[in-house]
Design a protein around this ligand. Structure first.
Ligand code: DAH
Length: 348
């Protein structure tokens, strides 16, 4: 077989190989194999020295044509494979813009959080600061600083989870009063704060008791604060939560950290004070405790009780939510049954 025939044969095989390749990565391997230094064309050209001189130009030019043809065939195949690859990719990423959308389920804050947020908004608007306090608290702040010395009988009002003799799960948000009073700089103005958060009692859970529930503490300390200020503040609170037409009344009560102390009732929002099952036919519903801050509490926090005074209150968002939405079992709030929680959509 002369050189020209060998080249023709080689071209035929090479073109077949190029046409058959379907992997882009292999194209380069084939190019190196066919046209590279160790490739068959180079090898054929090396045999040129044995070709008679008069035939060399003809064979040489034919060899070049073969090389060019193969180079073109490789480029064309590469382009084709690239087009196929892009087409496949586009096919995979195809988006049908006419498909209906998938509705995204939007969550909402827990109902207790919603009640707390409503209270926070009201008090922020009245210039109060919102203060956080520790849930694992010292006996010192939870009780002593709130005028409840060791062995004081009123400690029995709040069954306590003790961690050590001195450390406990706070039974009330009242300790945040003491922590904030200690730090407050009265040369900068009065102290007005609320403190929402979780509290813990060693109670057996039932429809009206939970070992963990929520409170919002309130405290105002300034010169010349009166009980009328307390009443006006609580009336605004009652109207914000329970409706514009609500009245409140104060009944004498006892808390160790306030003197005088009051229990606060709101006129029944269900029957407008006529008497119904919700208010047990009295027209009034007890909603929170409050009072004028006891001088002992001020003194222990380093405040001059002859110059400064104020009021405090403590309320339960769980109780507020139960009353407002007619929930008759506090445990519902903590079961996290989505069907229950979804009823309190913020849109409603
Ligand atoms: N700490 C009280 C409790 O848990 C609630 C309370 C009552 C807080 C009267 C107050 C207050 O600040 O003045 O039962």
């Amino acid at each position: 077989m002369d050189l020209k025939e060998r080249l023709s044969e080689l071209k035929k095989d090479a073109l077949a190989e190029i046409t058959n390749v379907d992997d882009l990565k292999k194209i380069n391997d084939i190019r190196v194999k066919l046209l590279g230094k160790k490739g068959p064309i180079t090898e054929v050209l090396r045999g040129m020295r044995d070709v008679p001189a008069d035939q060399r130009p003809r064979i040489g030019s034919f060899a070049n044509t073969v090389r060019d043809e193969l180079t073109r065939a490789l480029a064309a195949r590469k382009e084709k494979l690239e087009i196929i690859k892009t087409a496949k990719k586009l096919e995979k990423e195809k988006i049908d813009v006419t498909l209906p959308g998938v509705a995204v389920k939007v969550g909402q804050p827990h109902i207790i959080e919603q009640v707390i947020a409503q209270i926070e908004k009201l008090f922020l608007g009245m210039g109060y600061q919102i203060v956080d306090g520790p849930e694992i608290e010292e006996d010192h702040y939870n009780f002593e600083m709130m005028n409840l010395p060791k062995d004081h009988p009123a400690r029995d009002m709040q069954d306590t989870f003790y961690i050590t003799d001195q450390i406990l799960m706070r039974t009330q948000t009242s300790p945040v009063q003491a922590r904030t009073m200690e730090k407050h700089d009265f040369t900068k103005g009065p102290l007005k704060m609320i403190s929402p958060g979780k509290v813990y009692r060693r109670d057996t859970d039932d429809a009206t008791h939970s070992h963990q529930f929520h409170q919002v503490e309130g405290l105002v300390i300034d010169k010349h604060v009166t009980m009328a200020d307390l009443k006006g503040t609580l009336q605004t609170l009652a109207r914000t939560i329970f409706g514009e037409k609500r009245e409140i009344r104060l009944r004498p009560s006892y808390f160790p950290f306030t003197e005088p102390s009051v229990e606060v009732d709101v006129s029944c929002f269900k029957c407008d004070g006529q008497g119904c099952a919700v208010c047990k036919q009295t027209g009034w519903i007890e909603v929170l405790g409050a009072g004028m801050v006891h001088p002992n509490v001020l003194k222990m926090a380093g405040i001059d009780a002859d110059v400064y005074g104020g009021f405090a209150f403590g309320l339960g968002p769980d109780r507020f939510a139960m009353l407002k939405y007619g929930v008759d079992d506090i445990r519902e709030f903590y079961l996290n049954d989505v069907r229950f929680l979804q009823q309190f959509s913020q849109k409603g």
